[in-house]
Design a protein around this ligand. Structure first.
Ligand code: SAM
Length: 343
């Protein structure tokens, strides 16, 4: 499996689980909240483009998801295209954008813009998508953006800029951040340069995300001959699971429990531990939730799976023995005190 294939597989899985959650983890709860967050992002983009943009511009969204930002932007621009590596996101965008016939979306390779001729857009933008991509993929997009932008065209992108930070190449969701020197050099290599505006705004008033989510406005300053990679190398660790992925699945399960959707929380944690059996806290949360839900037999089975996967986890072995003993006596204690048993 190469990185393009892994991005496709992982983002399809996330979209199949709950597209709105994986697009806007703090604003996914209802369609209304999600739509409002799209409005806010679109407004921030238009504000960043004040005095520059025109409704007749041809616009491309890279990593559009289901069209959260495209839809409100469609009230301003006459012609918009969204692309995404995930076929599931794109399938769902058809419903989300059903009333916007001037917005087209389609699945692409996740590494280039080969569907588009040279110089076909006035504006390319991308929001909370580049930050998740491995550096070489982002860099190839910069090359492609230079190719598809009209002379003097604009790129508006959200990207964490400040301290350099990277995660393994196999990680398709972990956040990468860039130092100013690095990003300026990369832009220059691809015939692009910063404009002077940056609109900062938090993703939600309660957000404690470490990076700002402003749009950087970047101009195409010259046309550079694109270099498309012939081949992406095979990944050394294709099964690698991102810690951020695991954290977000757990967060989703906790949210489910808060609103009384225990069964959905259980299914999410089951998916999580089968995807990454090394994730001990996921197993423990799953067992606790099964007990809370009165599914004692499944809790015992889960503990058995856990101890088989982690044979040296002695507390787990002890807890399993306790569970089995209590299960044989009748399970009232189990339902009352599942957390104590598992701490
Ligand atoms: C956090 S979501 C944001 C979606 C959208 N930009 C928004 O703000 O509503 C990230 C999106 O980027 C897409 N994506 C991730 N890697 C990509 C790639 N290499 N090429 C195109 N899309 C990608 C994912 O499938 C996902 O839909």
């Amino acid at each position: 499996m190469n990185i393009a294939e892994k991005m496709k597989r992982d983002w399809d899985q996330r979209a199949q689980h709950h597209a709105r959650f994986w697009i806007a983890t703090e604003n996914y709860q209802t369609e209304e909240v999600f739509a409002q967050s799209g409005q806010d992002t679109a407004q921030a983009l238009l504000k960043a483009l004040t005095g520059l943009s025109h409704p007749s511009w041809k616009v491309l969204d890279i990593g559009c998801g289901i069209g959260r930002v495209l839809k409100p932007l469609g009230q301003y621009f006459h012609s918009l295209v969204g692309i995404d590596v995930s076929s599931t996101m794109i399938a769902q965008s058809k419903a989300w954008l059903a009333e916007s016939p001037h917005i087209t979306t389609f699945e692409t390779s996740g590494v280039d813009l080969r569907e588009f001729p040279d110089q076909s857009f006035n504006l390319v933008y991308s929001y909370v998508a580049f930050q998740h991509m491995p550096r070489p993929v982002f860099e190839q997009y910069l090359s492609e953006i230079n190719r598809v932008l009209l002379p003097g065209g604009n790129l508006a992108m959200q990207l964490p800029i400040g301290q350099y930070c990277d995660v393994p190449i196999e990680d398709t969701i972990g956040i990468r951040s860039y130092s100013m020197e690095e990003i300026e050099q990369k832009l220059l290599n691809h015939g692009l340069a910063f404009g002077d505006k940056l609109v900062r705004f938090p993703i939600s008033p309660t957000s404690n995300q470490p990076f700002d989510h402003g749009f950087h406005i970047i101009r195409k300053i010259k046309t550079i001959k694109p270099k498309i990679r012939a081949k992406w190398v095979q990944l050394e660790h294709p099964q690698h699971s991102s810690p951020l992925d695991m954290f977000l699945y757990e967060t989703y399960a906790e949210d489910c429990v808060k609103v009384g959707k225990n069964q959905e929380g259980i299914e999410t944690l089951q998916f999580l531990v089968h995807r990454n059996p090394e994730h001990l806290s996921g197993w423990l949360q799953l067992t606790a939730l099964l007990l809370e839900n009165g599914q004692v037999h499944q809790a015992v089975t889960t503990m058995q799976e856990l101890t088989a996967t982690h044979p040296r986890y002695q507390e787990g072995q002890a807890t399993l023995q306790q569970l089995l003993a209590l299960h044989q006596q009748g399970n009232s204690t189990l339902q009352e005190e599942p957390k104590q048993l598992l701490c």
